[in-house]
Every structure is written in C-alpha cells, then in structure tokens.
Design a protein around this ligand. Structure first.
Ligand code: GLA
Length: 740
C-alpha cells in the first residue's frame, strides 16, 4: 500500500496490491484522473494518459496556445461554468450571484491511518499500518476558500474511501448549493449500472441497466432516511461480469439522509459517477472560518465479480464500520412480540410468551411498540416516553426484572424521532414539529417528525429515554423510524438557513445515536425504519444490526436478503421466523424454510410460540440448537457467497464458508414445486478444491472433495422437497472438512 507523489510529473499514485488511482495536477491547477482500476506498476511518468486534442466548439481554460478543455478531461472534482458542460460536483453561489469557482492545487498531506469525520459516521482504522490517507488542498483565491479532497487506501482491501471538505477563509459569505462526496470518471461507457431499489416490504431488489449517453441516477428525497425505494449505493459492472468473475466498481455512501447517486455518460463515451448529499432542499451558508464536511463514499474495486465486491464490503463494514462490544460477537437469538400481539398485550400475556421462548432456548425477549403513553394504536402516544402502567403495572423496570429472572435478556422498541399529535409531548411542544407554520402538516401513519435539527429537541428525548434505560435492565434497543419527512422547515431558523434543515436533522439523529451508544456500550442496538428503509452504512456505524424488512415471508425474504447482501454483511440483517399464514402475504411456507432463511441473518422469532403444536416446538428447539452451533461461523467468521439468484429463476442458493475453508453452511430454496422436473444440482462455492468434506443434509451424509462439490455439485433431491411440502421447500447443508 502506498500513496506516492511524483514531483517531476505532478502525479499522485494511490495503490495497493489490488487497485490503482492515479491523479495529475493539470496545467490549470485542477486535478485530473489519469486512471482508476486494477493495480498497475508504479512509475514516475503516466503523463501519456492525459489527452488533449483540438475539437470544434471546445472552451479552452488556459492561455493560448493551449488545448486544455474541461469537457474532455476526467476530473476529480468538476465544477460548473468553465467549459465543462456535464454536471458539477460542487456549486458555490457567491455574493455577486456568480457560481464560477477555480480551485487550484496548493499543497497536499500524506499520513498513515484515517481521521474521523466530525459529526458523521465513517470507516475507521485501528492502527496506522492499516491505511494511508492523501489530502489534496486546492484553493480559490477569489473567494478565499480551501477545498480538501481526501483519499484513504487500505492495505488489505481493494478499497479507496473519499470525501471532500470546504473551509471558507474569506470575508464575504458564500453559499454551498451542492457538494458531492466524490466524482469518479472512466474513459469508456461499456458498463451496466446496478442499484438496489424497492419499496416497503420489497426492499433492495437488484436492478441492472446498460449505461446510455446522458444521465441515469437514483436518489432519496425522504429527509429522514436513505429510503426503502433506493439504497445509497451503485455499482458499475462490465456486461460480462458475473457473480464470480469480471470487473465491478462499487460506490457506497456512508449517509442516512437525502442522497444522489448519478452516472453521466458524455457523448464522448466518458462515464462520470457522482455520489453525495442531494442538492434538492440543500443550501448551506458558510461564513468566515466555517467548514462543511461531506459524508464519505466507500469505493470498492473487484475483479472477482459481484461476490468479490460484496465480500470486501462485508469484511470492511463488519470490522471497520461496526463498532463496540457486538462487532465481533455472534448475536443473541431473540423473540419479538410485534407480530404475536401488535398493540394488544398485558404484562401477563408478555410473560407467557417469554416463558415459552425461554423453554425453547431463546436468549432475548424484545418488547415492541405499544408500551408507553397512551399507545394503544398508532394514532397516539409517540413522544411520550413513560410507561403505560395500565398494561405494565410494574413498569419496564418491573417487567425487565421479571424477564431477567426467567433467564432471558430484555430488549425494548423505541421510535425517538417521532410524535403523534395526540400526545403530551405534542400538546406541550407543538412547535417542535418539522413543518411550515402556515401550511398543512402532512402526516404518515398518523405521526409527525420531531425537529432533530434543533439540539434542545434531541436533548429532551435523550433525557426522557435515558430515564427509562437507567431504571430498567435493558440489553437491546430496536430504534424504529416510521415515516419520511414532509414540509422540511425548521421553525426556529432564519430564512437563509432553511436549506440546512434536512442535513442537520440527520446530524441530530447521529448525535443522539452517539450519545446513547456511548452511554450504554453493553446494549445491542438494532435500527429499523418501517422495516428496512434505513439500511445504510451511516446507521451501521451506530447499530450493528438492522431490521431488514417488515416482510417476514420466507419466500420474499430470499430476494430481500439476497439483494441486501450485495453490500451489507449478513450479520447486519435482522431476520426472524414468523407465523403462517404470513401476516404480509398470507402465504404458508414450511417452518423449516422460515428458519433456513432466517439463519442467514441475526436469527430470531416473531410469533407466539404458545400457538405452535408440540411437533413444531420440537422443531423450533432443534433450530435454536443449530443456530447456536453455527452462528459464529455464519455471523462472524464466514465469507458469504451467493450461488443462485431469486431474481433469475425459481431457485435461490447461498453458502457461508469459514476463512480456513474447513466448515460451511449452505442452503437451497425453491419457490414453486415442479412435477416431472428437470435435473438440478447444487454447486457449492468458496470451498478448498482439495479438501475432503463430509456433507450432511436431511438424513444424507456424503463424503466429497471441494472440487467435486463445486464443479460436479450434488443433485437436488426432489423427493425430499416433495416431502417438505413442495412449494417453498428448502434444503440446508452443513459441510465439515474430514481427514483424507
Ligand atoms: C415498524 C417496524 C415493525 C414494528 C412496528 C411497530 O413498522 O418495522 O417491526 O416495530 O413499526 O409499530
């Protein structure tokens, strides 16, 4: 790993054993990208990669006889109005109304490790040797501001992390109207753009399209979150790239609010990727001495296909984005009462459900929505963080003690950013809502957004919730957030600062997360947002797991978990076995399949176990034993490989393999059963070709070499699928290396 500055040729080479990024200080002082991709040897001179040619209608930005025209060079941080007619990464409006800037190279700094970002989540290093950072300082002498472009390269990963920061040193106020985290350019357009798109109940489906000239983009304007509709991620892959081979470039934004991820192809076939905070509703005044920091973007290069890219994100995010006690630990097997009771519970009912959970081997009981204020339905109570003693006479303190006395840990649901108008909180502080005073305040699920851009609101919520947490025995928090923002407006801010509201809201959310996770380092936090609308790397910095979707149907979950695994480690995916008929789809799936899907996540139950038959309870006990045996491999130690895509056919398959390749757990799932079906094989991945494995599934045991299992595969046992009910049946395989 190295960051090298070749003074003679004014070139930076950022590289490790996998990837190279080569930057060049152009004649006009701006930075060009000469190359980004698979590692190439370092040398003094890459100047031949800078291309200039006389073209009709070109605008030249240096004195004659020059040919440098910004429309035709691959830039590191493009701006508007000086001859580049593509979209800019930075827009600064000045006092005189001009948006023209000219940031020229001034100096640079290279240091080991990586610095934290103020107020923002970010990937971190644990020692200086893990990474090296280059910061290039550019300066605009007219407005007197510095632009700092930051690049961190990791020693062990094909990863470069970028962000940008602006420091205003001049006296005249300037206004940021848009500032991307990074802009990356490629010399050709032979790529497909891959994105994770969806909606409530069907989050993060994989969508791919061929790049065309012009702009293609995804975005969130939801304000409170990165959204269920689009995830803050895109990848460019070559058309012939598969799961296991070929090139992919991934871009993942560590942010939970409004974002834009855009690919623009010029009519000269150049491809520009930009990602960062969306400029809609964003306008940030900077006064003398003030700074603005963008979120960071984690760029992964893979020449080992999509699985290669995903495994890099998984390892990096699991070990250098997640933090705290739970980072390297297998997660407790939980039971959540939401689908068991919804709002309709008493302490007695909760204790009955918990008792049965304890009997089967569950470790953590989670009390979901409905325990506070007058929260007997979703019309009321949000904002009132005191216990409803009609339902829970001894409070959360009493209930958590009783649950712990049973031998279970206790977890609690909260939704701290929201308020119902029917609540004491709203009646006392009607002006705490996000919303424009003289306009209708749109609502969603009968609730409104508290203005977390205001520190006094965050402080109030912090005080209210820490009171409950301090007096109770809480081991887990499910932090929900169930609506998107409307009428974004802060009632206490000046008109010129309204464009800060949505970003400041997210900073307020991060602030509360920081304070609570620091104060309660033992608590396992799980984030949630109407299911999976906030499944992003920003939140992963605070919460090592996220509720993946409210859709708990095992068939649908295969798609959701498969898509989510493109970027996010499977240990981050909240996954539960729920009742049948499923509450979202009214579909019946075998109990074995519901567990076989949930094993590849955090694993838990979301139903009243008292309603299961004795045979089913015995099956649940076996499932819990299985997960206790294999969860360290699945959640912490293993590498996850996608084998068959639910987006491409009737079957899904995947595998987790230990680092030393001696152990693996794999699963095969089908949607509809087939009569007189074609032959089909399970071809494993990630095994050691020469190792001999003992493979077990249902009541079969087979000894086979890794190469046999990967290339010849095991025929799918149709009879076994029929016996398990046919539709939505599945097979779970365990593999252990044995002496040859
Ligand atoms: C959201 C969550 C659910 C549940 C309910 C409670 O929809 O995604 O899991 O917690 O809220 O109101």
């Amino acid at each position: 790993m190295a960051v090298i500055f070749h003074e003679n040729t004014q070139t930076f080479h950022i590289y490790n054993q996998y990837v190279s990024d080569i930057l060049y200080i152009m004649q006009n002082g701006q930075i060009e990208n000469l190359y980004y991709g698979r590692v190439i040897n370092d040398k003094e001179d890459f100047s031949y990669l800078h291309e200039e040619v006389m073209r009709s209608q070109m605008s030249v930005c240096i004195p004659e006889p020059g040919l440098l025209s910004m429309h035709y060079v691959k830039q590191e941080y493009p701006v508007y109005g000086t001859g580049d007619y593509r979209s800019p990464a930075l827009t600064i409006r000045q006092k005189n109304g001009s948006e023209i800037v000219d940031f020229k190279y001034e100096s640079h700094e290279i240091f080991s490790g990586k610095r934290p970002l103020k107020g923002l989540p970010a990937v971190y290093t644990e020692s200086g040797e893990e990474a090296e950072t280059l910061e290039i300082k550019l300066h605009d002498s007219v407005i007197n501001a510095d632009l700092i472009l930051s690049y961190t390269i990791f020693r062990d990963y094909p990863v470069i992390i970028r962000n940008a920061r602006i420091l205003h040193k001049g006296t005249a106020e300037i206004r940021l109207e848009g500032m991307m985290s990074a802009s990356v350019e490629f010399p050709d357009m032979d790529y497909e753009m891959l994105q994770l798109s969806g909606a409530w109940g069907r989050e993060r489906y994989i969508k791919t399209r061929k790049l065309e000239m012009g702009i293609q983009s995804i975005q969130s304007l939801c304000g409170t979150c990165s959204s269920a509709e689009q995830n803050p991620f895109l990848a460019l892959k070559r058309p012939d790239t598969t799961e296991d081979a070929g090139e992919v470039f991934g871009f993942s934004l560590v942010y939970s609010g409004n974002f834009l991820a855009q690919v623009e192809v010029s009519t000269f076939d150049m491809t520009r990727v930009m990602i960062g905070i969306h400029e809609q509703g964003f306008s940030w005044e900077l006064n003398c001495g003030e700074e603005f920091q963008t979120p960071e973007v984690v760029m992964v290069y893979s020449d080992k296909g999509l699985n290669g890219m995903s495994q890099t994100y998984h390892r990096l995010y699991r070990t250098r984005l997640m933090r705290g006690k739970w980072r390297d630990s297998a997660r407790p097997i939980l039971l959540n009462n939401w689908e068991a009771t919804y709002f309709d519970f008493t302490e007695e009912k909760i204790l009955q459900i918990a008792k049965k959970a304890k009997e089967v081997g569950v470790e953590l009981f989670v009390l979901d929505d409905g325990w506070f204020g007058t929260r007997n339905d979703d019309y009321q109570g949000l904002g009132d963080w005191f216990v409803n003693t009609d339902k829970l006479p001894d409070g959360i303190a009493g209930l958590s003690r009783k649950i712990e006395e049973m031998g279970l840990k206790f977890g609690l649901w909260v939704e701290l950013e929201m308020v119902n108008k029917n609540s004491d909180c709203y009646r006392e502080h009607p002006d705490w809502l996000i919303g424009v005073p003289d306009r209708f305040e749109s609502f969603a699920r009968h609730q409104h957004v508290l203005d977390f851009s205001r520190p006094e609101v965050v402080d109030y919520i912090y005080d209210a919730i820490t009171k409950i947490l301090d007096e109770s025995r809480i081991s887990y928090i499910k932090w929900d957030m169930n609506r998107y923002m409307t009428e974004p407006f802060c009632r206490t801010e000046k008109p010129e600062n309204q464009g800060k509201t949505m970003h400041k809201y997210i900073l307020g959310v991060y602030d509360l997360y920081s304070r609570l996770t620091e104060r309660y380092p033992e608590i396992l936090f799980e984030s949630c947002s109407s299911g999976g609308a906030r499944f992003d790397p920003g939140l992963m910095y605070y919460t090592p797991q996220t509720w993946t979707s409210d859709d708990s149907d095992a068939g649908e979950r295969q798609k959701i978990q498969y898509g989510t695994s493109l970027v996010y480690p499977i240990v981050s995916m909240g996954a539960h076995v729920s009742a049948v008929p499923n509450h979202q789809l009214f579909r019946k799936t075998p109990l074995s399949t519901r567990a076989n899907v949930a094993y590849f996540g955090t694993f838990g139950y979301e139903l009243d176990l008292n309603l299961l038959s004795e045979a089913e309870i015995e099956e649940v006990k076996e499932q819990i034993c299985f997960m206790k045996k294999y969860r360290h491999l699945i959640q912490v130690e293993g590498d996850f490989y996608r084998i068959r895509s639910p987006f491409k056919g009737n079957e899904t398959a995947w595998i987790v393999v230990s680092r030393d390749k001696t152990q693996a757990v794999a699963a095969f799932y089908q949607r509809l059963n087939k009569v007189n079906a074609s032959w089909l094989r399970m071809n494993f991945k990630g095994l050691d070709e020469k190792m001999l494995y003992e493979v077990k599934w249902d009541d079969h045991i087979l000894r086979a070499y890794g190469n046999e299992l990967m290339y010849a595969g095991i025929p799918i046992d149709r009879e076994a699928l029929n016996k398990k009910g046919g539709d939505f049946a599945s097979i779970l395989y365990t593999l252990e290396a044995v002496q040859q």
